[in-house]
Design a protein around this ligand. Sequence first.
Ligand code: CJB
Length: 788
Amino acid sequence: MPTKTDLRDDIQHHLKYSLGKDAGHAQITDWRLALSYAIRDRIVDPWFASTRATYAQKGKRVYYLSMEFLIGRLLEDAVVNLGLMDEAEAAFKANDLSLDDVLGDEPDAALGNGGLGRLAACFLESLSTIGCPAYGYGIRYEHGLFKQSFHEGRQIESPEDWLTQPHAWEFERPEAAFRIGFGGSVEELGGKTVWTPSEAVIAEAFDTPIIGWEGRWANTLRLWAAKPEQVFDLDRFNAGDYYGAAEPENLARTISRVLYPDDTTDEGKRLRLKQEFFFTAASLRDILRRFESEYDDLELLPQKVAIQLNDTHPAIAGPELVRLLADEKGMPVEKAIEIARGCLSYTNHTLLPEALERWSEGLMRDLLPRHMQLIEEIDAAHARENPSRGVTMTDDGDVLMGPLAFAMAHKVNGVSALHTELMKETVFEELHRLHPDRIVNQTNGVTPRRWVLSANPRLSALITEAIGDGWVDDLERLSKLEPMADDKTFRDAFAAAKRANKADLANYLGDRGTNVDPDAMFDVQIKRIHEYKRQHLNIIETIAHWQEIKDNPGAGWVPRVKIFGGKAAPGYVFAKEIIHLINAVAEVINTDADTGHLLKVAYPANYNVTLAERLIPAAELSEQISTAGKEASGTGNMKFALNGALTVGTLDGANVEIRDLVGAENFFLFGMTADEVVKRREVEGHAQKAIDADPRLKRALDAIRSGTFGPGFEGIVDNVSGPDYFLVASDFTDFYRAQREVEKAYADQDAWTRMAVLNTARSGWFSSDRTIRGYMRDVWYSEALAAE
Ligand code: CJB
């Protein structure tokens, strides 16, 4: 095994022999790939050792099935986890290159939309850090989430193309391939049920090793690419039909071509259902193949295999596993249901009705005829077991994927305490009554290796100097920082680290056209653009504040930079109007000579994991302002708190737990509770009442309507003054108040830093290591192993 000391030689070796370049002609990408190969070499041995240990100890494996893995860049994570940052830096210095530039060359793998996909990526890293034998299973999209740019303030989408360069991390596995069928018919032949699909594609595996902290363990992310059964139609080619000849390949490849850019909406598309079945079916076959290579009794399956469904996207796993066990292995259907349920569990990530997947029975019968039959059998079996209740898996001609996933899972979890309670009271009320032990909570978490150690080296160095480096894989040790909140020297060092991060970000924003003062308060809202997340509440409050400053510029205002980041689903018109409004407001405010030194709005385009890693360490105020009851958990909120930002937020999702842990006095609470939200909606004319009661809100809305920021924003004003389902108007006054509290607190910089230190010190519970241990204990019944 190569040792740390020869990293430099290994980089040179790969530059020459893997890339065919000499140092004199190498471009930054060549250096980056050479480093990636040299690092990958160091992952392979622990990866093999982990696999060997799992077989030798007959460990239970966890399979995490997810349509999305928002992994971002992998190189820095791997270098950090192997403890090779210093060596890598030295190796490049010798060639007059900066390691930052080399790391910065890697494309950001955006195989996900937002929180759900990023959670899956944090979980992979934690599973490896803990040493829990696990596989992530997903789709190897050729094009990840679209790239965002702005033209005249509006979002423009262009395709993402991360695979145009060689992808250094993956190993193609042409031998690990499965035929996945669609359509066709079902027959009874000799007492057996046989599904004969009318079309099929090949799912081919690509493996990426995921190394945990200190290289102790490595798991696999196995992504499936769709390939045609027949690469090329030679007959059609010879007949002169050149385009037609390539049709089989195009049809197959479409399945793994693009990530659906929707977030929390159910796009009822045939292709999406095909994608879901494609990766789920391939994964289940792979799981069974691996199981059968070790055991010959299928009844052992639940003892050795845990399959986590990340939302309902892989919920077809229920019927497909039953089909494999019953039709292909000869188990009675009822037994197959029981065994499948012993393996499967399901995570719910949202209660928004538009996001709860449903597929028409017609489409299901057409694309997956045997599965539709089995869904009816699962439904009937569930009804037999629970005769008094009227829960069904279908409604109005649709299959309901939530109830199906629930019925086929032994555990169903929510992602924050509040969300889990709301699941029990709302969407799964009836099912929860029938199965009161099935729903459990597993509050989300984030990996501290990426979100503190590598994203924020200044803060990390300070923490390590103060309490040693044990916090990196035992994050609750951050509590040892608590007494240091009262130590002026420590506070100054903490504030200096934040100030340096802000200066870096100010340079970055300046390079992109927005000059900001690094001594102003950095106030950040980064997440998908969605009405329930209420970026429009934030920008309307910004307008109201700007108007107040303009009335009296000399009144001792606290300078602020309002930073936004996020993409809107291409078809989500209202969200795109919010983006346009933010950019239009930025244009006016940023060029206002009266207020320019006091208020700026920055909206860097193409928010992604890499940009988050830049913004979060520099943030002082974290905007978590969703309508209570709508944000299942949030995970950005945790990253901010860990990095010493204070939160202004509602009692929603994991904000509730953050506030409980950091202390109410270190958190700026505003807004209605989830219960109050429901009641407020009942009030006739609630929005207009709120506007009438608050002249600031009225003035801000009037400014938008009258064209202060340009034409075309009436839709937003009409919505906020009319239906206002997300209660922007009704929460405005309290939000405005909370923002003034924030400024009052910020004016005393040292007191603010004390609160920031306490946020970091008390947020250690939000490590995804804690979350994964919770799943292992309550859902998967699995154990960590040590590699030999
Ligand atoms: N979430 O990102 C998504 N996409 C969905 O389709 C549904 C939910 C988010 O999942 C995160 C991880 O659990 C949550 O923190 C977040 O609140 C939720 O919106």
